[in-house]
Write a protein that binds this ligand. Structure first.
Ligand code: AMP
Ligand code: MG
Length: 347
């Protein structure tokens, strides 16, 4: 009898302890805080949920600071940046870079290989020649394009410890297709280090979804309608602790004689990629991978790009064609919720 009473008592104590434990794990009434800034040449926004608005804002300030720090190291237009220095000293001498820049360059190099050259950070001279989105944007002559194509050989990039050297004096690096993704990952990491477990980082379409909603369900993240001039969302995907990154011909472009020239250049032709696609969205654990792969798959085109995405582990993607057909990899096909009926999912 006594034995039984003790057993009941032990059970009640354990149940009470477990209750306290579960209560401390369940989400507290969190306060939403938002912050916006123009950074990395794009409109950046963050939303976090924290125990107080002040705590949330302090965390976002640190995260934006980290993004600016990355911009200052990797932008081609900031004169003090490592990338600007490397380009300036091409054919002359090596430049010592920091860990961030070295990491991003190494990632980019391995992706040049994986994507068979569709993604190539040695594309800087060609990007500069077209100047899309810059004051000097223009259609170059075919001679100028042929000349720029001669200076994109990634084997001309030499790495010794932290020293980067471009052997070809006319070659330039451009991290425009990868740095933003890295910055988003680092911003999410900074938020986590400040104790934030839930929120978003959005750098002009490179998004990281941190944690879950208060009820534990995933965030529903929109995929932008790629139609030029439209600001809507055409579909949604449930995401948690994942990034979603889109590349499209609607992001940066100019129109001349009714021809649309956009910023994703085909390293083979030297011209803006001209295929059936209007956008590519990649879902991955890290935004750096999504950033590179969305750009690379855009260059590869529908058939090759879809097969390529399907073969990559832990990477999913959604490809939208100009005629509003939607192709998705097997891991996201059933999760994709199309909300704009002009778009049709191809089964
Ligand atoms: P995203 O907006 O991520 O698709 O990246 C496009 C940016 O990446 C452009 O503005 C260029 O700075 C750069 N870029 C364009 N084409 C390529 C390419 N084929 N490989 C690597 N970077 C590229
Ligand atoms: Mg990209």
């Amino acid at each position: 009898m006594i034995n039984c009473k003790i057993k009941v008592l032990i059970f009640l104590v354990i149940a009470a302890m477990l209750g306290t434990l579960l209560a401390s794990c369940s989400p507290k009434a969190e306060k939403q805080a938002d912050m916006e800034e123009v950074v990395l040449g794009t409109f950046g926004s963050m939303r976090v949920f924290a125990t107080s608005t002040k705590k949330g804002e302090a965390a976002m300030e640190k995260a934006f600071q980290r993004i600016k720090d990355i911009e200052n190291k990797m932008s081609t237009s900031i004169e003090e940046s490592f990338i600007h220095q490397i380009n300036e000293k091409a054919g002359k001498e090596a430049v010592e870079v920091d860990d961030d820049t070295l990491f991003v360059i190494k990632e980019a190099l391995s992706y040049e290989d994986v994507t068979n050259g569709a993604f190539n950070i040695g594309i800087g001279s060609l990007i500069d020649l077209w100047g899309i989105g810059k004051e000097w944007q223009k259609i170059p002559t075919s001679e100028e394009i042929q000349e720029a194509l001669k200076h994109m050989d990634i084997d001309q990039l030499e790495i010794k410890d932290h020293h980067i050297y471009l052997k070809d004096a006319n070659m330039m690096l451009d991290l425009g297709g990868i740095a933003k993704g890295y910055a988003v990952d680092e911003a999410a990491k900074t938020l986590r280090e400040s104790g934030i477990e839930s929120g978003f980082v959005n750098m002009g379409g490179d998004i990281y979804a941190l944690g879950t909603k208060e009820d534990g369900s995933p965030w529903m993240i929109g995929i932008q309608n790629p139609e030029i001039g439209s600001n809507g969302v055409m579909a949604k995907l449930p995401l948690s602790n994942q990034s979603i990154v889109s590349s499209g011909d609607y992001e940066r472009y100019f129109i001349e004689d009714n021809v649309h020239y956009h910023h994703i250049l085909d390293p083979e032709t030297g011209y803006p990629t001209d295929n059936r696609l209007s956008s590519v969205t990649v879902v991955s654990e890290k935004a750096i991978d999504g950033d590179v792969l969305s750009t690379a798959v855009f260059v590869m085109g529908l058939e090759k790009g879809l097969l390529f995405l399907e073969e990559l582990e832990d990477i999913e993607g959604v490809i939208i064609t100009k005629d509003k057909q939607v192709f998705a990899t097997s891991g996201v096909k059933d999760k994709l919720e199309i909300i704009d009926n002009n778009y049709k999912l191809v089964k």
